[in-house]
Design a protein around this ligand. Structure first.
Ligand code: CTP
Length: 360
């Protein structure tokens, strides 16, 4: 049995980036031999083993053959006769298809190191088309590696375009799209995700309401230097969509509540943020933001609006108003008033506190 380091760990090491997760491939072994060595078996579709000490993943070298649509339509062969070359050829990009022996020697039949050197995101073989998630992965890698000069190879863009035209993307499930989209939001150039999808004509199908040259994508570029929070970045990206479009997109890809809520609040109230110093009913805005109970989200809202409008003064004003309103003693009011009146009096006292600052 021979064991090799593969995938992202080898790629990142060659790029001089921190290695997040080590994946290993085992050639010439049976599941029984793995179990005998103390590995634990996991994985439903094909055997993956966890190392008894490190917990890292060891997969038997395998070939994959697509026999149907979607994620269930694969046939795997994990027999000990499967070679490393065969295992690597079914992978997505050449930069992810380099193996490294324990003695440090590379096994690189698809020239991944040359593509790292020349900064190409290039598919390994026609088997690329067997998994539509790869279209999104390429877009995500472009978002991550654009700053290092990587771009999508023309033949890979052509292949991805073919996949779009032949309807391959119909098999994508919402969770997988969101997973890639969310990861892309944490990268250095999240706008490249959409650019690559646009280049292969997938954008209108996957994100019909996102316009590449639109205000959202432009603002997203500005967001990167100001926040690493993907929730804020998403709200910035979607701010010029209608509430209905944001809801539709969130439903389609089953976005988590915190992402969806912040995006909706920002789209609805970014105008009020921008004119906060003239806003008559600041308290109503704070109430809609649920600002007194959800301070952290209120701050996410403010930062998203600041990025969008580039109005820094408004951020300071909101903060000052918020602190003034927050300083109102709730207990004192609750001791004097009853029921509905408490809320009304509290709002009044808070608005007064803000007016005081305005007259200041
Ligand atoms: N892989 C693939 N096709 C996919 C998913 C994964 O070919 N749809 C292969 C690639 O060789 C990849 C490896 O499996 O390098 C491990 O996948 P994963 O851990 O998902 O990604 P990484 O490449 O390690 O990237 P990341 O840094 O984003 O984790």
């Amino acid at each position: 049995m021979k064991i090799y380091l593969v995938g992202g760990a080898v790629r990142d090491e060659l790029l001089g980036r921190p290695v997040q997760e080590k994946d290993w491939v085992v050639v010439g072994a049976t599941p029984e031999q793995m179990l005998k060595r103390g590995f634990r078996k996991v994985g439903k579709d094909f055997p993956v083993f966890l190392h008894p000490e490190t917990g890292e993943e060891y997969a038997l070298a395998r070939t994959e053959r697509k026999v149907g649509r979607g994620y269930t339509g694969f046939q795997f062969d994990t027999s000990p006769a499967v070679s490393l070359e065969e295992d690597l050829i079914r992978r997505d990009l050449t930069i992810n298809a380099i193996a490294k022996k324990p003695d440090g020697e590379f096994f690189d039949p698809y020239h991944g190191r040359a593509d790292i050197e020349n900064k190409w995101l290039r598919h390994v073989s026609p088997a690329f088309v067997e998994d539509p998630v790869r279209v999104l992965r390429v877009a995500r890698f472009a978002a991550r590696f654009f700053e290092s000069g990587f771009r999508v190879a023309p033949e890979t863009n052509a292949l991805m375009t073919e996949m779009v035209h032949s309807g391959e993307l119909d098999a994508l499930v919402p969770e997988r799209v969101w997973k890639e989209w969310e990861k892309s939001l944490t990268e250095k150039n999240p706008e490249k995700f959409f650019e690559v999808l646009s280049d292969c004509t997938a954008l209108p199908q996957l994100f019909p309401t996102i316009v590449l040259s639109g205000k959202g994508v432009q603002a997203l570029q500005r967001a990167v230097s100001l926040t690493s929070d993907p929730c804020i970045r998403l709200a910035v990206l979607l701010h010029d969509l209608t509430v209905l479009d944001i809801q539709e997109l969130s439903d389609r890809y089953r976005l988590p509540g915190d992402y969806r809520e912040l995006a909706l609040l920002v789209a609805k109230y970014v105008g009020q943020y921008n004119t906060i110093d003239q806003e008559k009913n600041v308290i109503a805005l704070f109430r809609d933001l649920d600002a007194f109970r959800r301070e952290e989200r209120m701050r996410q809202f403010v930062l998203a609006c600041r990025i969008i409008t580039q109005n820094d003064e408004a951020a300071r004003t909101v903060e000052t108003y918020f602190l003034a309103a927050k300083s109102v003693d709730v207990k004192k009011i609750a001791a004097v008033f009853k029921g509905k009146e408490i809320g009304e009096q509290l709002d009044r006292a808070r608005q007064e506190a803000i007016e005081k600052i305005r007259k200041g």
